[in-house]
Design a protein around this ligand. Structure first.
Ligand code: TYM
Length: 334
């Protein structure tokens, strides 16, 4: 276990965890807990930057914790807790709101996407969301942050904020500059209906994503209906440049079957996409449905999940309080 490295990451409790979360983040979370100290947070304060029905938020929170454990996170190894239970996240976010610059936030593409055409109506929280994300990471002085590619820009902002804090308060190296850990091939799993959009919880059609809780039947149907290509499978990646849906299916297949992209193309070139789809559905069913079943089983015992959160909160609070004490001192707060 490397004591100089600390991993932090977060997932919003805004509904079904899907294959994008699983391949882009959760699998990495699980692999990292073997080598480093890890803190994994269900970021409920981030979720409420867009209105959430209170009852749904609570059940989504427990479902996300269940998803963490079902995917392989071990609450005895990793710290698992929800963000709002450690008030230091909100406190540090305020301090960092005063360090971060409006010009930096104006460049955030995710705000532009999420706020849509009427920015005046977006919550202030949604706008300063990346500062809260920096607070999550810096509160623990995390050094490594496993995320999908969509979070890269937010991570760069977190590094800028850490650097500015260190400069402003003349405390070189006080905050480490957190490094993103982004998976190579599956950093951006795309929608099954539109290969130019990322797979997401918020896309209306459930056919656009594979949810961890999907049944074998759901998975087969979704893969069968997934957009692909009327040509046969080519023998090289270049030929897939303008075929994002086909590339997405092949990438998912390569990742889940652990066969390199080149080898997949070698073996499948000249075949119809239905051939790939059958194999992909089989692999997905054998990897994803056990996770979904475990999620359902875990949800049957909510007191266990609440206990995991309580224990996680206690451990996280110790680190957060110690760091906050030093942060307050640096800023000059008594
Ligand atoms: P969230 O909840 O949208 O997503 C959770 C994780 O899943 C990854 N992900 C994907 N990866 C590949 N392909 C996709 N289609 C896909 N969709 C989602 C995300 O990149 C993320 O790693 N702002 C963050 C949560 C957060 C956070 C943090 C992360 C809050 N504070 C501090 C790291 C550190 C978010 O909304 O993730």
């Amino acid at each position: 276990m490397n004591k100089n490295k600390l991993v932090f990451s977060g997932v919003q409790p805004t509904g079904n965890l899907h294959l994008g979360n699983y391949l882009g983040a959760l699998k990495n979370f699980v692999a990292l807990q073997k080598e480093m100290e890890c803190i994994y947070c269900v970021v409920d304060l981030h979720a409420i930057t867009v209105f959430q029905k209170p009852e749904e938020l609570k059940s989504n929170l427990l479902e996300t914790v269940a998803g963490f454990i079902a995917a392989g996170l071990n609450p005895d190894k990793s710290i698992i807790f929800n963000q709002s239970s450690v008030s230091g996240h909100a406190e540090l976010a305020w301090i960092l709101n005063c360090v971060s610059r409006i010009g930096w936030l104006n460049r955030m593409t995710q705000f532009k996407d999420k706020a849509g055409s009427d920015k005046e109506k977006a919550s202030v929280g949604l706008y300063i969301y990346p500062n809260l994300m920096a607070a999550d990471i810096l509160l623990y002085k995390a050094t490594h942050v496993p995320v999908g590619a969509d979070q890269k820009q937010h991570l760069e902002l977190s590094r800028d904020i850490a650097q500015k804090f260190n400069n402003d308060f003349k405390c070189k190296d006080f905050f480490p500059l957190p490094e993103p850990l982004i998976p190579k091939n599956v950093s951006r799993i795309m929608s099954l209906r539109d290969g130019t959009k990322k797979m997401s919880k918020s896309e209306e059609s459930d056919y656009s994503r594979i949810n961890l809780k999907d049944s074998a039947d759901d998975i087969s149907k979704k893969i069968k209906k997934a957009k692909s290509d009327s040509d046969q499978i080519p023998d090289n990646l270049k030929a897939l440049e303008k075929k994002p849906e086909a590339l997405n299916l092949i990438t998912i297949y390569s990742e889940i079957s652990k066969i390199s992209l080149e080898k997949v193309l070698n073996e499948m070139s000249g075949k119809e996409y239905s051939f790939l789809k059958n194999k992909l559905a089989e692999h997905l069913i054998s990897e994803i449905t056990p996770v979904g079943k475990e999620v359902k089983k875990l949800l049957a015992d909510k007191s266990h999940l609440l206990q995991v959160l309580k224990k996680g909160k206690e451990k996280a609070s110790i680190i957060a309080e110690e760091n906050l004490k030093n942060i307050r001192e640096k800023v000059g707060l008594i």
